[in-house]
Design a protein around this ligand. Structure first.
Ligand SMILES: *Cc1c(COP(=O)(O)O)cnc(C)c1O
Ligand SMILES: [Zn+2]
Length: 393
C-alpha cells in the first residue's frame, strides 16, 4: 500500500549555532535546551532541487516550501504573503546618481508588513504541532499579523503591546479577534509579562527568535531577492533592525542557496539601521562588542525599532561583521522627513522604519561607504498607513 503524504519540507533538525546541540522537529521547541540560544532550522540541501523548479509556482513565500518548516501542506496558513515587488528609485534619482537603488516593498503583505512572513510560517508549524493558544509581545505589526493568521488557523491569540503604539495597531488585533493587553512600557516589558503568564497558563510564545520558525518565514526575503535579481545579489542591503529576524533570515537564506548551488559565494554588505531610541546594535558594532547593551530611549515613531535589547544581538553583530557591513542610527525627525519625501516623489507611503533606510543610504553614500556603481537594496518593511497619527503632515 502506498501512503501518500503531502510531504514537501526538507526540514531535518533545529540546531544551536552556539553549542551545536541538535533538537527534534516533531515537537514544539523554543530556544536551545542547553544554552538558551536561538535555534536554526536545518534542511537537507543535497537534494538536487534546481532553481528552475520554481518556475510556475505560486507568487507567495510558500514557493520555497521545501525550505520552510511545514511537513504536511494541509497545515499551511497563508494569506498570500511574500513575493513582494522590487521597485527602482524613480524621481529621487538625483540622490542615487551612480548607484542603482531599489526598494523591496513589503508594504503589500497581509496586515501591511513583512511580519506576515514570519507569522505565517510560525502559526502554520504551531498548527501542525497542535498548539491551541499563542501569545506574543509586539511593538505593533507582529501583533496584527499574529491576530490575523491565528484567526485563520482557528487558534487563540493573545497580544501584549506597548500603550504608546498607534491606535490602529490595537484596533486590528481586536478586529481579528485576538485578546489585547496594553502595557505601560516597551516590548521588553511586554516580553517579560508574556513569559510570566505563558508559564502559568501553558501558552505557546512567539517572541522574536525565541521561537524558531518566524525566522524561516522572514528568510524567504533572501530567496526572493536572489530570484528577483536573477541570482546576482545586490552589493549592499539596508535593513531596519529591531529584533533582527529579517537580517539574520536573509543571511541564512544566502547560505542555504549557496549550498543548493543556486548562487555563488559573493555576499552583499549588510547595513543595520536603528532608531536613536534603541541603537544598542549600532553602539556595540562601533565598539566591537559581541553583544549589545540594553538601551530604551523611549518613544520613537518607528515602533518596530523600539527593541531595547534584541534576543539574538550576538547573531546580528556576527552577520554585520561577516558581511563587512555596518550599522547606523537615524533620528525620528529624519525618518519623518524621509517618509514625506518618498511619498511625494516616489508615490510610496512607507513605514518610518523603511524611511530610515533612505536617510541611512544618503549618509553612507556621502561618506563614500556606498561606492560608485554599487547596486543597493532598501527593504521597506511595512506600510506607512498604520503610522500616520504620529506623522506631522
Ligand atoms: C518588526 C518590524 C521591524 C523590525 O524587524 P526585526 O525583524 O524585528 O528586526 C522593522 N520594520 C517594521 C515595519 C516592523 O514591523
Ligand atoms: Zn546551545
Amino acid at each position: 500500500m502506498i501512503i501518500e503524504l503531502e510531504q514537501s519540507s526538507l526540514l531535518r533538525a533545529l540546531k544551536c549555532p552556539e553549542c551545536g546541540t541538535s533538537h527534534e522537529v516533531t515537537v514544539i521547541q523554543t530556544v536551545c535546551t542547553s544554552c538558551a540560544s536561538t535555534l536554526f532550522a536545518q534542511y537537507d540541501l543535497n537534494t538536487g532541487i534546481t532553481k528552475d523548479s520554481l518556475v510556475g509556482r505560486p507568487a507567495n513565500m510558500w514557493r520555497y516550501k521545501e525550505f520552510l518548516p511545514v511537513s504536511n501542506e494541509k497545515y499551511i496558513v497563508t494569506l498570500g504573503e511574500g513575493f513582494t515587488p522590487v521597485i527602482p528609485v524613480c524621481q529621487l534619482k538625483k540622490f542615487t546618481s551612480d548607484n542603482e537603488v531599489f526598494w523591496k516593498d513589503e508594504s503589500g503583505n497581509p496586515t501591511g508588513s513583512f511580519k506576515a512572513r514570519g507569522i505565517s510560517a510560525a502559526v502554520s508549524k504551531a498548527l501542525e504541532l497542535g498548539v491551541a493558544v499563542i501569545a506574543t509581545p509586539t511593538a505593533g505589526n507582529a501583533g496584527g499579523a499574529l491576530a490575523a493568521y491565528a484567526a485563520r488557523a482557528g487558534i487563540k491569540a493573545i497580544v501584549y503591546m506597548p500603550k504608546q503604539t498607534p491606535q490602529i495597531f490595537k484596533d486590528e488585533c481586536r478586529l481579528y479577534g485576538a485578546e489585547l493587553v496594553e502595557v505601560d512600557g516597551s516590548i521588553s516589558d511586554c516580553g517579560r509579562l508574556v513569559n510570566e503568564q505563558a508559564l502559568v497558563h501553558g501558552w505557546f510564545q512567539l517572541s522574536t527568535l525565541k521561537e524558531p520558525y518566524r525566522l524561516e518565514g522572514k528568510k524567504t526575503m533572501g530567496y526572493e531577492i536572489a530570484e528577483q535579481f536573477n541570482w546576482q545579489l545586490p552589493d549592499v542591503i539596508f535593513y531596519p533592525t529591531g529584533g533582527g529576524t529579517g537580517l539574520i533570515g536573509i543571511w541564512k537564506a544566502f547560505d542555504e542557496m549557496e549550498q543548493l548551488g543556486w548562487i555563488g559565494s559573493k555576499r552583499p554588505r549588510m547595513v543595520a539601521v536603528q532608531s536613536e531610541s534603541c541603537d544598542g546594535i549600532v553602539k556595540a558594532f562601533q565598539t566591537n562588542k559581541p553583544v549589545a547593551d540594553f538601551k530604551d530611549g523611549g518613544f520613537t515613531i518607528a515602533n518596530g525599532l523600539r527593541v531595547p535589547k534584541p534576543y539574538a544581538d550576538r547573531v546580528i553583530l556576527r552577520v554585520l561583521s561577516e558581511s563587512n557591513g555596518t550599522a547606523i542610527t537615524i533620528t525620528d525627525e529624519e525618518m519623518s522627513s524621509a517618509l514625506k519625501e518618498i511619498a511625494r516623489h516616489e508615490g510610496m507611503l512607507i513605514a518610518p522604519e523603511g524611511a530610515a533606510l533612505w536617510q541611512a543610504f544618503k549618509k553612507l553614500k556621502a561618506k563614500g561607504w556606498v561606492r560608485p556603481g554599487e547596486t543597493v537594496l532598501l527593504i521597506n518593511t511595512g506600510s506607512g498607513y498604520k503610522y500616520l497619527e504620529n506623522v506631522v503632515i
